[in-house]
Design a protein around this ligand. Sequence first.
Ligand code: AMP
Length: 271
Amino acid sequence: MQAQSRKWRLAKKSIGFVPTMGALHEGHLELVRACRKENDVTIASVYVNPLQFGPKEDFAKYPRTLEKDLKMLQGEKVNAVFTPSDKEMYPAGFSTSVEVKGPLMQGLCAPFRPGHFNGVATVVVKLLGAVMPDRLYLGQKDAQQLAVLRQVIKDLNMDIETISCPTVREHDGLAMSSRNQGLTLEGRKTAPALYKALKVGKSIVELGETQAEKVLEEIRKVIEDEKNVKIQYLEAVNPETLVPVTEIKPGTMIALATYLDNVRLIDNIVI
Ligand code: AMP
């Protein structure tokens, strides 16, 4: 990967990079399309990173559809797909990890997924070292991942521009996710309630309610009307610092994580 990227860099080609864990959907493809528009060369990666899954999480069950993914990426005319093996990424003797600390790690998913963002940071730094891109494309759906990776890139003086792309949704509002495949038919019918609830929150703010506590309470009610949904967290935060706010202002992000059919679903909306 490095040898190929070095050739492109020597030829003065700009390189954009879209890292993924595969089981691709339109959300991933929109990142690829944004990348293709802004760069001479587009590189995607497909790698299910064991480091970012907790011991009780769905690493073994995570969908793996490499052949189909490669066809989809070919259809989008990417220039290369990097698909390293676990052995290439973490050979015997591998001893380094990237640890992120501070306010970005205090709320949202971080307390519920100890080690997750350090696993993400470590693999992405490794992927960036292999791909050597000018620009990195990430989805707004994973808002904390986006904030954490921006911080890592800044803190480690990496000369890479991070570009965030809007969340791509199904027609009924459900945020596209590889994990949606794990929902039962019943769960799939319930899942759009998450975004519906976030939109209810947004409309309450637009009607003049700015107290976060009250807005979150209304969102919670909409979700709790549904059977089988368990809220893990529901927070109103500053989208860059991820610090919770008591007053909702334009730009505030409301983010949630829920369990539905044992599938963990996250979503967010920016007011
Ligand atoms: P994943 O394969 O789920 O790790 O995601 C790879 C990249 O795709 C991340 O930057 C995600 O934020 C992004 N992504 C995943 N789902 C969506 C979506 N529905 N809309 C936009 N970006 C997404």
